[in-house]
Design a protein around this ligand. Structure first.
Ligand code: FEO
Ligand code: CA
Ligand code: CA
Ligand code: CA
Length: 663
């Protein structure tokens, strides 16, 4: 059925009531009064010609734009620490205690999410960026290492010869906080008092209802309140009060002996592990050199990861706080918006096949005049999982412990801490809708509409029901995941009922079925989007009529909204028969709603992430993650960004228009 008239009516009603909210600490939260209509929509700035896409080992931007590399893995963030020299990667003799020490003061590996925080110091444009450093490509850094697929015995032997390797990888993970300044040459980084590295060993505080939970207690921390570090930091967000929200995503890859532990564990441990299970062999071998990653030695350490972590970039000495209220899952990120009531919502995806979309709503109101009151705002509120209905409506299902409700002791939840440690199991009980790997979930500060990037799932619709991640679940096509064998992903658009972030009901529609428009049917009528109607390669671009105007786009991952309200999409869908990943922009309103243009194309093997604008919209920050993935040091696929035959490395870049106008 056609959901658009109803959706448009809801939007019209909500936007007419929308008010302007001003942020603090320079965090732009301006929301305009109403949705631009066809008549008054700003003339689309996406007038650039699409960048040439395809295969190639360069980062290219459309004509009329330029880019600049701002920080590469290993670049120093502090005076007195040298930049890492990738010419040393010829053997492993560089993996020393000194290298570990330096890495703690250098830009981390595999840059992912970026958030920008303007600073109000002096006249020059200055700001901080927080950048996630997600994971580590051992095959691109260590000689004689073949990466996560390396045979266990061979890896053990390699580890024995390289006793500093795990400490090095841990120092390369986490978050890099970098100060930028803009001058005539554009943005540049510099060593500043704000420079900071948060790594897999930085002390952090566990906050909220799961603080002190028995499953979070370890030999090293019998209180279950203090934890070392964060890692697997994928996407991210920021709060209205100017702090960074970094995610912990694929944390299960970092622990070993999960299967052995499962055989001897208590019933409570087995139940907590069931929906987010540990494996026997870790991907990175940290358990070989650090006992806290060995589930037999510290069985509960794993439960202390999989959270959202709040970091104050304005205070380099601040202790990061894991906010357990936001649930424990494969967190992609958390994107916030302030509602008219002053309550703050954070929208989140759980990036795994057949997992769920979540939102958290604060109990208390954000107060821009009282920073102290906002400090722990995220410790109180309600977490919800989303159910998408066939009629274009949906419901936010509260993950609240209640002996009279579904999440009670009999269902396996003794208290709210239990619900949060076992978030996925709670959402199962409530009947949330299984999604095709929900990644960034981004609310538009302009319109309040929320965009959910479902990156892909080739397992969708293969069966109707199957045993998956610890439960029997629905795996057939459903209203919000209508395409079987969904290899290119899609985007859902949501509007909260009554323009209220606290709403428990919403309306939604499919906004994009990504793919190659010329490859199969190009759908224009929303009535063709019912579950199971589209074929695996059919595409839909917001109802935009002309396939000839569109570009090929696969696997939306991170999203961003620019000051004009356009949706920016960066992709993670590398495949032999596709162009390299890129950065795209999609019109969300006006006559060109649904039109997608490609601004940038990444080097071989890379994924594009980040997608963050300065408040004036003139700079777009992107991360170029894992260039050269699929190759190795010995058989490189990429030499980006350094060229000259040097090993590839991840980096963050700034993109601007050559004429200085907003991107
Ligand atoms: Fe790390 Fe969900 O991408
Ligand atoms: Ca991602
Ligand atoms: Ca985003
Ligand atoms: Ca991804």
């Amino acid at each position: 059925m056609d959901q658009r008239p109803e959706f448009a009516a809801v939007l019209a009603a909500r936007l007419s009531r929308r008010t302007v909210l001003a942020g603090v600490a320079g965090v732009g939260l301006a929301a305009c009064a109403r949705l631009p209509t066809q008549a008054d929509a700003p003339s689309p700035r996406s007038a650039f010609r699409n960048v040439a896409s395809g295969k190639g080992d360069s980062f290219t931007v459309a004509d009329g734009y330029r880019h600049k590399v701002l920080a590469r893995w290993g670049d120093s963030l502090f005076t007195g620490t040298p930049d890492f020299d990738t010419r040393s990667l010829v053997d492993n003799t560089w993996v020393t205690a000194q290298a570990v020490d330096a890495q703690q003061r250098q830009f981390g590996t595999n840059a992912d999410a970026i958030q920008y925080f303007p600073l109000r110091t002096g006249r020059a444009a200055r700001g901080l960026v927080c950048v996630n450093n997600e994971y580590f490509n051992m095959e691109l850094v260590f000689t004689e290492h073949s990466g996560v697929g390396m045979r266990h015995e061979a890896r053990k032997a390699w580890m024995a010869k390289n006793p500093h390797a795990v400490k090095f990888m841990q120092a390369a993970h986490g978050v890099s906080i970098v100060q930028l300044q803009r001058d005539a040459d554009g943005w540049a980084r510099f060593a500043s008092p704000y420079s900071r590295r948060v790594t897999a060993n930085t002390p952090m505080e566990i906050m909220g209802p799961a603080r002190g939970h028995p499953l979070l207690r370890t030999n090293a921390d019998p209180t279950g309140t203090r934890v070392f570090g964060t890692f697997a930091n994928c996407s991210a967000g920021k709060t209205p009060w100017g702090t960074y929200l970094t995610s912990e995503e694929n944390v299960d890859d970092y622990f070993g002996n999960g299967e052995s532990q499962r055989k001897r564990a208590s019933a409570a441990w087995v139940e907590a592990d069931r929906r987010f299970p540990l494996r026997e062999r870790s991907f990175y071998g940290w358990d070989e050199q650090d006992p806290r990653f060995d589930a037999l030695q510290e069985p509960n350490e794993f439960f202390r990861f999989g959270w959202m972590v709040e970091i104050d970039p304005h205070d380099p000495k601040s202790v990061p706080r894991k906010r357990t209220t936001l649930g424990r899952l494969q967190h992609e990120g958390a994107n916030t918006i302030v509602g008219r009531s002053g309550h703050v919502a954070a929208y989140m995806g759980d990036d795994e096949k057949f997992e769920y979309v979540y939102k958290f709503v604060t109990r208390d109101r954000f107060d821009p005049r009282n920073p102290a009151a906002n400090r722990d705002l995220l410790d109180h509120g309600t977490l919800y999982a989303a159910r998408f209905d066939a009629d274009g409506g949906g419901e936010w299902l509260p993950l609240v412990h209640d002996e009279q409700g579904p999440l009670n002791t009999g269902a396996g939840f003794r208290d709210q801490g239990d619900v949060l440690v076992k978030t996925r199991a709670g959402a199962d009980v409530l009947g949330a809708t299984t999604m095709d790997r929900p990644e960034d979930v981004e609310p538009s500060p302009i319109t309040g509409r929320i965009y959910v990037a479902c990156t892909k799932s080739e397992d969708r619709g293969v069966t109707d029901q199957r045993d998956w991640f610890g439960r029997q679940t629905a795996t057939g096509v459903n209203p919000a995941n209508p395409r079987p064998d969904n290899r290119s992903g899609h985007i859902i658009e949501i509007a909260e009922d009554g323009d209220d972030v606290r709403a428990t009901r919403f309306t939604w529609n499919v906004f994009l079925l990504a793919g190659k428009p010329s490859e199969a049917r190009y759908l224009v009528d929303a009535r063709d989007l019912a579950a199971g109607s589209p074929g695996p390669k059919d595409t839909y671009f917001g109802g935009y009529a002309s396939a000839a105007d569109q570009v090929e786009i696969h696997c939306p991952d991170n999203l961003g909204i620019d000051p004009q309200g356009r949706l920016w999409i960066v992709t993670d869908g590398d495949a032999d028969d596709r162009p390299n990943n890129g950065c795209f922009v999609m019109e969300t309103s006006g006559p060109q709603r649904g039109l997608v243009k490609q601004l940038a194309s990444g080097p071989n093997g890379s994924e594009i992430s980040g997608c963050e604008f300065t408040p004036d919209g003139r700079t777009l920050f992107l991360s170029i993650q894992h260039p050269g993935e699929g190759g190795s040091l010995a058989k490189p696929r990429s030499h980006w960004p350094d060229g000259n035959g040097l090993p590839a490395r991840a980096a963050m870049v700034a993109i601007e228009r050559e004429d200085g106008e907003p991107v």
